[in-house]
Design a protein around this ligand. Sequence first.
Ligand SMILES: Cc1cc2nc3c(=O)[nH]c(=O)nc-3n(C[C@H](O)[C@H](O)[C@H](O)COP(=O)(O)OP(=O)(O)OC[C@H]3O[C@@H](n4cnc5c(N)ncnc54)[C@H](O)[C@@H]3O)c2cc1C
Length: 515
Amino acid sequence: MSLAEEILLQLPGDVLGELRRADRVLASLKEGKLAVPTVVKQSQENLGALDWDVLICGGTLGIFVGCALALQGVRVALIERGILRGRKQEWNVSRRELQVFVKLGLLTDAELEKAIATVYNPVRIGFHNGVEIWVQDVLNIGVDPVYLLETLKQRFVAAGGKLLENTPFVEVVVHPDGVIVNNQYKAKLLIDAMGHLSAIARQARQGQKPDALCMVVGSCAQGFPENRTGDLLFSFTPIQNQCQYFWEAFPARDGRTTYMFTYTDAQPQRLGLEALFEDYLHLMPAYQGVELNQLKFQRPLFGFFPSYRQSPLQTPWNRILAVGDSSGNQSPLSFGGFGAMLRHLQRLSKGIYEALQTNQLSAKALAVLQPYQPSLSVTWLFQKAMSVSMEQKIPPDQINQLLSAVFTQMQQLGEPVLKPFLQDVIQFPALTQTLLKTSLAHPGIIAKIIPQVGLPALLDWMVHYVNLGTYSLLFQFSQILQPWEKNLPTTYQYYWHRWIDAWKYGSGNDYSDNC
Ligand SMILES: Cc1cc2nc3c(=O)[nH]c(=O)nc-3n(C[C@H](O)[C@H](O)[C@H](O)COP(=O)(O)OP(=O)(O)OC[C@H]3O[C@@H](n4cnc5c(N)ncnc54)[C@H](O)[C@@H]3O)c2cc1C
């Protein structure tokens, strides 16, 4: 019996079965065998009277958008295939990202404090035989999803939202004047918040294989030595199984959470979640200084995050917008979809409201709500530099050496450079300074990276890097033009606001909003 089987079979529920089911889906995804669904159809007939302005499908992050819209007076219904409740495991974010809940009226100050289950400091970034850096107040808050979703659910209903649980989305027909879901619910706009395996997103991507994967395994367990600090990005091993393993660890309400994650491509021969879980269990004692038999496991944690270069997803249909994981609006380095939603919630809720007010619900008009963001696209090169392809032979410590060199320079440049990067926000000045400083201090390491990532990836990256700089300038320029925007017709105002958002978020200039 493997270690993974031994540990997982002791836990309540069929967790081993769940892990294996997730592995089968992952295998189908890697083999390109996930069926392409036909859940979106189109009709030229008008629908007539509509029940709702917006119908949201999928409740986990969908309720965030639903609540923000309902509070603005939008008529919203939300369908969820099961019962809408948060998972037991906390979501980790930085405190500044949470302020949006209060700003938009989704939570009171007191409710926000109650939603915060854990706070810890400092957090560590460290690499095998390399640098170790400690920072304060970055991703050091654990939010309780159960309380959060329950509170948002109540606020949503109180604001006039209609929640339909045990109501799975099956299909949608898009008409010129609205959409009808499951032949029953009629609305002006459908929001797809059904996660990265959403049938709508899969149909939009037409069976395309992901360009990259982030695989995560871990657990929450009791019995660790007392430790109130966290790890944000830590590695203590060289490359193995053509993977560089990274770790996260932090105090949780009912124990200590440890994650092991790795970035790969989507080749079928890549190891699956169960094999990764086995490595996790073998390595964890050395990582945390405990024997497995000292631990009382509360729950296993696992997941995979497919990333597509063509992200965020712009659906080809009128009246359908993807949000949350289905939209892929986070970098391929991040598995923080909750944090990404918080970062974009104000932008999305304002934009959707304006789209409804001005009736801009065509595929083209909705595409600008999920625009190209160079700040996301530049991270593809970092993903490549932190992963190894199946056939590549590189020195076992190359990734550790590179990261150690880069983070040393970022630390010297100070927190304004380091902190946004750790929160998945890339800004042109910070990136430029880091690259210049690292190239001067460690030319040998940078030279080694070029064959690892390949010239096409590097050239592609340069385009996004130039765009990142251009977006920064355009955003600054747009601020000067702000006073004139009220002279624009409302249709143009809608597009103008979306462009400003695209330049702002696409250049990481939204970071200062919540400081
Ligand atoms: C191990 C692990 C750790 C994580 N840790 C963090 C973290 O610390 N911080 C952070 O920011 N993020 C974290 N994440 C990511 C975060 O959990 C996800 O980004 C987030 O859950 C995505 O929400 P979503 O609503 O977009 O998709 P999902 O979570 O996939 O939810 C989809 C929702 O749609 C519903 N649904 C699906 N199909 C249908 C259907 N046919 N009809 C109706 N409803 C449907 C589902 O029931 C569900 O409610 C972690 C994820 C994992 C796996």
